[in-house]
Design a binder for this molecule. Structure first.
Ligand SMILES: Cc1cc2nc3c(=O)[nH]c(=O)nc-3n(C[C@H](O)[C@H](O)[C@H](O)COP(=O)(O)OP(=O)(O)OC[C@H]3O[C@@H](n4cnc5c(N)ncnc54)[C@H](O)[C@@H]3O)c2cc1C
Length: 492
């Protein structure tokens, strides 16, 4: 612990926290200095003083694994996990970390796989899982949810209130963890990205203050947080638009088609030629099923089966060997992906944005995937291709948020190695890098562009922030001059 850092952090806190009473600050200072003394003795992160600052429901564990991650590959190994019980606990924990110069990181769903997350034994994970409250306004036009809510929490709440909320498509992923990077999901063709639907954010800032960010309150942060949110603060709660509907509107035609590998070129060709209307979405997977390689294509159509089959006629014409599509209610739309929710094991994942789909490239990626997934222990490894309608997202200007690829990237591909221990790390990385190189070589884009939430972690900042980078750097210097938020593709 370096004293100059401590006092620079403290002075920032004092100068920027008018809401905190002087009595609280005296207590806070005593507690923090006590923590500093103990921490210097122990060498690892010390949370002794922190407990006194938190609500009774908050817990502190010195078991860094007590907030499990989706992937253990290069995962953070914090010295402590603070599971907050109130939004105020988030504020207090951030203030404590700033004062003692403790690295920290917020965890929502725990699925962020980026290797940029580098929290070690001297760091604290602020686990948001204890704050998940939700409410809806009387007009049913907006849902307020706290920072720990998972996609399943928001979807179930929305379903029970007969509204639609644009979230991601995997139940276990953090609602904000996904949205703060952009927020892709089945409803985006109709309503836009997650960032396009946010109304306001309650944020704990790098200066240890609590503020509300909206189009009229800190508009530069409003821009930055919608695409690069994890670099600018912790969102303790958010308001997002909701869309009231009736019983029929809470259903969609949805489910998988199964194809043999021999259909790959025809299928990729058909997918690339299909015009994605607002009600359509599809997600393709390369999977091993009982040792046999298959292509699983999940179709989504927000409407009737007849209209869905008409919209996807060119895909159906490729000739699936199985068709498990059905009319599903909103609370079941994401259930098909629950197998991907399993936490633990190693899952290095490599994303690439694409403007076009090249069947030859996809055959080469198939071969790389099959070779890796055929290794004992790696059978769950997968390749994923997300294809969403961009009709609504493209009605917004690029400058409306920091999400950078609104008008350039049409498809998002991911290669995921999945295996139990580190013996396959080198081969998994070789597979991931090779797949990514192949995609990039025929992406149809002038520069490499990867959705930040899909990045492996080694990308240049321009690859994940695109044309938003220089504006983000300016905003970062202003709001986080000491780089407190430095774990998620850290902007410098
Ligand atoms: C199985 C699976 C399915 C996925 N499906 C989708 C999908 O449908 N749509 C989509 O867009 N993406 C999807 N993703 C990608 C996903 O958006 C990213 O993995 C995202 O980072 C996960 O968020 P999380 O909260 O689960 O992870 P975390 O690791 O908890 O968080 C990821 C990053 O966001 C930060 N963060 C989280 N919450 C907050 C907060 N409240 N305030 C500030 N920063 C915060 C964290 O500090 C971290 O830097 C999927 C990923 C997986 C593994």
């Amino acid at each position: 612990m370096h004293l100059p850092h401590l006092f620079s952090g403290m002075s920032l806190l004092f100068s920027s926290s008018p809401v905190i009473s002087s009595i609280m600050w005296k207590l806070f200072t005593v507690v923090s200095l006590f923590g500093l003394l103990v921490s210097s003795c122990e060498g690892a992160v010390n949370t002794t003083g922190l407990k006194l600052l938190l609500s009774p429901g908050a817990t502190i564990s010195n078991n860094g694994s007590s907030a499990p991650r989706w992937s253990d590959f290069d995962a953070p190994t914090p010295g402590a996990v603070v599971t907050v019980a109130t939004e105020q606990d988030v504020l207090r924990t951030v203030q404590y970390c700033i004062a003692l110069n403790i690295p920290f990181f917020a965890q929502n769903g725990g699925h962020g796989w980026s290797t940029t997350i580098n929290l070690k034994q001297n760091g604290i994970t602020i686990n948001l899982a204890g704050i998940k409250a939700m409410s809806i306004d009387s007009a049913k036009s907006a849902v307020t949810f706290q920072g720990g809510a998972l996609i399943s929490d928001v979807v179930n709440f929305a379903y029970n209130n007969s509204v639609l909320v644009p979230t991601g498509t995997c139940n276990c992923v953090g609602t904000l963890g996904a949205i703060l990077g952009g927020g892709f999901g089945n409803l985006m063709g109709q309503y836009g990205f997650g960032v396009d639907n946010l109304v306001s954010l309650n944020v704990v800032t790098p200066l240890g203050t609590a503020i509300t960010v909206s189009p009229t309150s800190y508009p530069d942060l409003w821009y930055a947080m919608r695409g690069a949110g994890a670099n600018f603060g912790i969102v303790t709660s958010a308001v997002i638009k909701s869309y009231p509907t009736n019983a029929a509107g809470l259903t969609a035609w949805h489910g998988p088609l199964i194809f043999l590998g021999t259909s790959l070129e025809a299928l990729i060709g058909a997918m690339g030629n299909l015009t994605m209307q607002p009600k359509m979405a599809m997600e393709l997977f390369f999977l091993l099923e009982g040792g046999q390689p298959i292509i699983l294509l999940n179709l989504f159509y927000y409407g009737t089966e007849a209209d869905g089959r008409a919209a996807f006629a060119s895909i159906l014409a490729v000739g699936p060997i199985a068709d498990e599509t059905a009319i599903l209610t909103y609370d079941q739309w994401n259930a098909g992906g629950d197998g991907f929710c399993t936490k633990g094991e190693r899952k290095p994942s490599f994303g690439a944005g694409l403007a076009k789909l090249d069947p030859t490239t996809w055959r080469a990626v198939w071969n790389k995937w099959l070779a890796f997934a055929s290794l004992p222990g790696a059978e769950t490894s997968a390749v994923i291709l997300d294809v969403y309608s961009l009709v609504k997202p493209r009605t917004f200007a690029d400058s409306s948020s920091a999400y950078p690829f609104r008008h350039t990237v049409n498809y998002n591909a991911i290669a995921t190695g999945w295996y139990p221990d580190s013996t396959l790390d080198a081969q998994a990385e070789a597979f991931g890098f090779a797949a990514r190189d192949l995609w990039r070589s025929t992406s149809g884009l002038p520069v490499n562009s990867t959705y930040i939430n899909n990045g492996f972690g080694d990308e240049a900042l321009s690859v994940v922030y695109g044309q938003s980078l220089s504006q983000l750097q300016t905003i970062k210097k202003h709001y986080d001059p000491l780089y407190r938020f430095n774990q998620w593709f850290p902007i410098k």
